[in-house]
Write a protein that binds this ligand. Structure first.
Ligand SMILES: Nc1ncnc2c1ncn2[C@@H]1O[C@H](COP(=O)(O)OP(=O)(O)OP(=O)(O)O)[C@@H](O)[C@H]1O
Ligand SMILES: [Mg+2]
Length: 372
């Protein structure tokens, strides 16, 4: 059951569009998922994640464009013939069947020989550690165990790829963590291509080889967790990836590659392209990159509104004189009382700047390279 070349199916979306009546939901989307890759779709509610997954599975028609799985055009193919298994948030188990019967059902329908069914069910139960539960009915299982059975039902079909639509969102926090680790292990053991939709930042960051950030049916960025976190293409991705979110402040370009934020003047490590004196820009700094320190030219003066003590960290929620709110994540350091003044600083490498229309302003040298 370890991933053979055939099991590691590449999935290609070519100019895929989807409309429900007059409403366009997916706008000409191109994406290639390599065989064996674990890709996570994230984006705000209603951006089209489930629709995209359902189109890949064949549960939803494509308005235009092509979908290829393992090099084969499956755009008009029946879901049962695509070699895809999908796991949903609702486990959709048959309540009157025990776990063994739930796992066997699809194979029986496909007229698989009995001994082969038994072998498959046994193998899946072993992988998911549900062997002691095979004779129980879904009503006698916990949420996590039910979700394991639902994943088991997908495994026995030996699919080319797995599609998961928020499979853990019905579980409590502790169970989510252990199931997340199970899914990572499953991917390592099976090696199949997996696409996973989630709202959970931690799941997206920890499970994926690459994250696809979607907004209103358009891909905003595709990259490794590190790329989308550290090198966001735009204001949307910068604000969406990371929790607590990146702080954004109104800033203005001054002469000599300097940026004015309120009373403070900061200097990015390299000159940025696409910036002229007097331009209004957005400065982005992640909460963990701000440190509380001394007053200085590059330091931002804030008033602490309140602080949250979380044991390993403390969040300070502060206001700039402009009224903008800034969150600081402190690993150590002293507590502040409401209304107290503090000075925040950040190393130049951690600053991210965005144009007024939300595009990332990158170092001029890099831009020249990319344009060649
Ligand atoms: N059958 C349908 N008919 C009409 N509109 C639909 C249909 N299914 C989905 N939509 C619309 O398409 C858009 C995308 O829906 P989709 O379910 O793909 O979003 P999502 O990203 O999965 O959101 P969530 O995170 O809330 O699950 C939404 O605006 C939704 O209202
Ligand atoms: Mg959805």
């Amino acid at each position: 059951m370890t991933g053979s070349a055939q099991e590691k199916a590449k999935i290609e979306l070519r100019n895929v569009r989807k409309s429900f009546g007059a409403v366009n939901v997916i706008h000409g989307l191109d994406l290639t998922i390599e065989g064996g890759e674990f890709v996570v779709f994230v984006g705000p509610s209603g951006c089209g994640k489930s629709t995209l997954l359902r189109m890949i599975a064949g549960l939803e028609d494509v308005t235009s464009g092509d979908i290829l799985i393992a090099g084969r055009d499956v755009t008009d193919l029946d879901p049962s013939r695509r070699g895809i298994a999908m796991v949903f948030q609702s486990y959709a188990l048959y309540p009157h069947m025990n776990v063994r019967e739930n796992l066997s059902f699809g194979l029986e329908m496909a007229k698989t020989p009995r001994d082969e069914i038994d072998r498959q069910v046994q193998a899946a139960a072993q992988i998911l550690k549900i062997e002691p539960l095979l004779e129980r009915r879904p009503g006698q299982l916990s949420g996590g165990q039910r979700q394991r059975v639902a994943i088991g039902r997908a495994i026995v079909r030996k699919p080319l790829a797995f599609l998961f639509d928020e499979p853990l969102s019905n579980l409590d926090a502790e169970l989510r963590v252990s199931m997340r680790i199970e899914i990572a292990r499953l991917h390592r053991e099976l090696g199949n291509t997996m696409i996973y939709v989630t709202h959970d930042q931690t799941e997206a960051m920890t499970l994926s080889d690459r994250i696809v950030v979607l907004k209103d049916g358009v891909i905003e960025q595709v990259g490794t967790p590190r790329e989308v976190y550290e090198d966001p293409n735009n204001l949307f991705v910068a604000g969406f990836i990371g929790s607590p979110r990146m702080n954004f402040m109104d800033a203005v370009c001054l002469s000599g590659n300097r940026i004015g934020v309120g009373d403070a003047v900061i200097v990015p490590p390299q000159p940025l392209s696409g910036m002229s004196e007097g331009d209004h820009v957005k400065l982005g700094i992640r909460p963990e990159h701000l440190t509380v320190g001394d007053r200085g030219e590059g330091a931002l003066r804030v008033k602490v509104d309140f602080s949250e003590y979380l044991g390993s960290t403390r969040y300070l929620y502060c206001y700039l004189s402009s009224g903008e709110m800034v969150t600081v994540e402190q690993r150590d350091g002293r507590d502040f009382s409401p209304g107290e003044e503090a000075w925040l600083s950040c190393t130049a490498e951690c600053l991210r700047l965005f144009s007024a229309d939300g595009l990332r302003l990158r170092p001029a040298v890099l831009d020249a390279g990319a344009a060649q």
